[in-house]
Design a protein around this ligand. Structure first.
Ligand code: OVM
Length: 404
């Protein structure tokens, strides 16, 4: 690491040549997070000419200051003020107030904790049925047979999507989350695989393809009520398709991976399945699906002792904040008894995950169905990573499920 001797800065700025989108980093980001956090509260990443924050305090500070650290210029590496977005910007993720406020109000109503309670019975039935089948099989792939199957069933059902072609959502999500990073090989491969399903995705956002009164149709009802325009409705449905599947697929995959790697923690859960919610929460802290998001500096400002300039990009390491020893005790330990609240896996502030109630419910129901049936999880083969510029993702986790 080098320290710049810049007399205009009160403190020397740590300048690192780490590439957070390299294969080495994405394969195991956690040792790099230590380096980033220890270098300082804010660091400059030479390779991309961007700021980065990796400590809990600064990640939280950036995330809660939406006026200075804006989203409308994109929440990936690209700056929409100077570069063409790879797709029309999201009306909620890549927006600031007042546009963001309008979109957010609709989505928070559709995904409110009250609504989530009303669909819980359906989501639970699916989790229990699927787990019965997996335990019967005995030898399964947690990713391909469970983590990719469950969210791809329950969430599109709630949206009101047709049965046919739902697996296309995985290719779409994979591409969207890669697109927050640089135009590297990982991104190029994802775009290539998504290209054939591009039209299918946008077609699913049309009202005639959404079951009456499902989440998707409710967006159109909000448009009828004048909250947004009819042209904006399919774009908000697109947000469900972008953010609602890959996130929970990887959240569930990472949770069971952590439990399989910490048999002592799994024992606690298997002895008391009512701890499923706490176990899922801790897995979000320990190995969350969404690792990073960017913001854009709206106006020249000073932050944590450094002078930032309008239009500069700031990379926030959510998953590093979640293991910052300045905030957590023994952060490298997966401990389902810990109070994991305050983690950044869902972000925080006005852009904090609007679907977090439904995400938590999916995680809880899957872990609880597992714990009720399975005494022990044995990893039977090398877990395979699927590298993604934003998501912490496994492609395969072969296990044997030993029943009670
Ligand atoms: C969206 C969107 C896409 C990806 C992620 C996300 C985590 C939102 O299109 O609105 O939130």
């Amino acid at each position: 690491m080098q320290f710049a001797q810049d007399n205009t800065q009160e403190n020397a700025i740590p300048r690192l040549d780490i590439d957070p989108f390299s294969e080495e980093f994405l394969t195991d980001p956690y040792p790099y997070h230590v380096e980033l956090r220890d270098a300082g509260p804010v660091v400059w990443l030479e390779k991309y000419g961007i700021w980065a924050v990796a400590r809990h305090e600064q990640v939280h500070a950036v995330m809660t200051d939406w006026q200075n650290f804006i989203s409308s210029a994109g929440v990936g590496l690209a700056n929409f003020r100077t570069e063409k977005p790879f797709r029309p910007p999201s009306l909620i993720l890549e927006a600031d107030p007042p546009q963001h406020t309008r979109s957010r109000a609709i989505l928070s109503r559709i995904l409110s904790p009250k609504v989530v309670m009303q669909i819980k019975a359906d989501f639970q039935k699916e989790a229990e049925t699927l787990m019965d089948k997996l335990v019967e099989q005995g030898e399964v792939d947690i990713i391909k047979d469970l983590a990719e199957v469950y969210p791809l069933k329950v969430f599109p059902d709630a949206l009101g999507l047709t049965e046919e072609g739902r697996e296309n959502l995985l290719l779409y999500g994979n591409m969207v989350f890669n697109a927050f990073g640089p135009r590297n090989k990982i991104f190029q491969d994802a775009v290539e695989r998504y290209e054939p399903v591009r039209d299918w995705i946008m077609t699913q956002c049309q009202r005639e393809n959404l079951r009456p009164n499902g989440f998707g149709d409710q967006i159109y009802q909000a448009a009828e009520g004048g909250e947004i325009t009819m042209e904006e409705a399919p774009m908000l449905v697109r947000s469900f398709l972008s953010a609602g599947v890959d996130t929970t697929v990887n959240g569930i995959g990472n949770a069971i991976h952590a439990l399989a790697e910490y048999p002592g923690e799994y024992d606690k859960l298997a002895a008391d399945p009512s701890r499923a919610r706490a176990a899922f929460e801790e897995s979000l802290r320990y190995d969350g699906a969404v690792q990073t998001f960017f913001r854009t500096v709206n106006t020249d400002l000073e932050f944590a002792g450094v002078q930032m300039r309008e239009n500069q990009k700031v990379l926030t390491f959510l998953a590093s904040a979640n293991r910052d020893p300045r905030h957590w005790e023994n952060p490298e330990v997966f401990d389902i008894d810990r109070k994991a609240t305050g983690h950044m896996a869902f972000g925080t502030g006005i852009h904090g995950c609007v679907g977090q109630a439904i995400a938590r419910m999916e995680g809880e129901l899957v872990l609880s169905a597992l714990a009720k049936r399975v005494k022990r999880i044995e990893i039977t083969g090398e877990p395979q990573r699927r590298l993604n510029n934003t998501l912490r993702s496994l492609g395969s986790l072969p296990v044997r499920l030993i029943p009670h």
